[in-house]
Design a protein around this ligand. Structure first.
Ligand code: HAM
Length: 417
């Protein structure tokens, strides 16, 4: 006998409890987006692979080894999106959404795919809220985007998270830092982990982010990004910090915060939580001023972030908000005590649902005692009983399961229920 099918590693079913949490998170995101006047823009899940290689960067882990790519004959190579930013930029350019220097603010919600090693908080299919703002270079918009994230997390009931901030410099000053860092690390090459030895040629900044204890120890003495920052980048960073202070958003500056995607310039940030384990980022983002131009569009400055719904759900589950996990309770449980009740019950239930009542019915006939047990299990507010006496008079007995009060209502008058 063949074995029953199993899901693909790293791809998880979203079971009802998790789905309720996701819905709460998504609804909260939409409320916040409306207050901030950000519009929903949904790029497709599948894009040309080239968009991601050019957009995210060929030397990133994501593009090097984590994409799900489909190649069909001579057609373009296609990939499931590992993130949403590149697709958002493509959509902006292709649909002319920033015409005439217009500031454009968008968000999207949906699944992303990365072939990473699955572990706690790290899946191969995961879901993000992604937020992007195009068309304005100043630090105030960086502060607004972080304020969006902060408002969203606060509305989810997640208060003790830390906002970690850095400025990664610009094409003027970052190459100088990169050169100094490479020279320093080159001398220590044998002590670096194998991944970082590879990164040394192609992406030395990522070494600052390595969790390997020997690499961490080495980078403690490495040149610091802040001492290479140019005046304009420093002014931008100071402006952002002043704005966040004015908004009462606590943050810490971490000179070693670098991000796993190549497109960032200046501002980079993460929201981290000690409760998430090794994968501690609940959200991450930053400014990516050169990406539109690099992808063949106009030169539009941009900033955004993304937050992982699975990690947010983990934090909400730990935050004493168990009411969010409970299934919604129906208004009525329909108790069918005789076979003849089935046909009139079906018509009544359809009418009650059309009137907006939440009805639970399993279409099984049984004793009142067993039906009461089911009503209790379903956590219904009331039980609607259709037995032989009720049917003879065209009535239904309605019992409030909290107060135990009971009334009889004609079944041909659904609006009285
Ligand atoms: P990211 O840091 O790669 O940034 O991902 C953002 C968030 O998505 C992470 O902080 C985490 O919550 C979640 N996440 C990432 N990978 C996984 C995974 N394998 N399993 C579960 N959750 C995960 C980006 O994606 C950028 N596009 C963010 C951005 C938008 N930057 C500018 N605009």
């Amino acid at each position: 006998m063949s074995l029953p099918p199993t899901a693909v590693r790293g791809f998880k079913d979203i079971l009802p409890e998790q789905a309720r949490l996701f819905r709460f998170i998504e609804e909260t995101a939409r409320v916040v987006a409306e207050r901030f006047n950000y519009q929903e823009l949904c790029p497709p899940i599948l894009e040309k692979t080239e968009l991601f290689t050019r957009g995210i960067g060929e030397d990133t882990d994501i593009v090097e080894k984590e994409m799900y790519t489909i190649v069909e004959g001579s057609a373009d190579s296609l990939s499931l999106r590992p993130e949403a930013t590149a697709g958002m930029v493509r959509a902006l350019i292709e649909n002319n959404l920033a015409q005439g220097g217009k500031i454009a603010k968008f968000f999207c919600l949906g699944p992303m795919f990365r072939r990473e090693r699955p572990q706690k908080g790290r899946l191969r299919q995961f879901h993000q809220l992604d937020v992007e703002v195009f068309g304005t270079p100043g630090p105030y918009i960086d502060a607004e985007v972080i304020d969006f994230l902060h408002t969203f997390l606060t509305k989810l009931g997640l208060n003790d998270l830390s906002v970690v901030l850095n400025s990664l410099g610009c094409p003027d000053c970052r190459p100088l830092f990169r050169k100094a860092l490479s020279a320093f690390l080159e001398q220590k090459r044998p002590a670096l982990c194998l991944d970082c030895q590879r990164r040394l040629e192609r992406n030395p900044l990522r070494i600052l982010d390595c969790k390997n204890p020997s690499c961490c120890a080495l980078t403690l003495q490495a040149p610091s990004l802040s001492s290479f920052r140019c005046l304009k980048c420093q002014e931008h960073f100071d402006g952002l910090q002043d704005s966040l202070k004015a908004l009462n958003i606590n943050f810490v500056v971490d000179d070693k915060l670098v991000r796993g995607l190549d497109y960032y310039t200046r501002t980079a940030f993460e929201v981290q939580s000690g409760q998430l384990g090794a994968q501690n980022a609940a959200a991450g983002g930053g400014r990516y001023d050169g990406l539109c131009l690099k992808l063949g569009g106009p030169d539009i400055p941009a900033i955004g972030f993304a937050s992982g719904l699975e990690r947010l759900a983990m934090l909400i589950e730990q935050s004493n908000q168990s009411f969010l996990l409970a299934p919604p309770s129906p208004d009525y449980y329909i108790a069918l005590l005789v076979q003849e009740a089935l046909a009139p019950a079906m018509i009544l239930v359809q009418k009650l649902r059309a009137l907006g009542q939440k009805i639970s019915c399993d279409w099984e006939v049984g004793s009142l005692k067993s039906r009461l047990r089911q009503a209790d299990k379903a956590k219904a507010s009331k039980i609607l009983i259709l037995g032989p006496d009720e049917l003879a008079q065209g009535l239904a007995t309605v019992r409030d399961l909290n107060t135990k009060e009971q009334v009889c209502i004609p079944i041909n008058q659904p609006d009285l229920f």
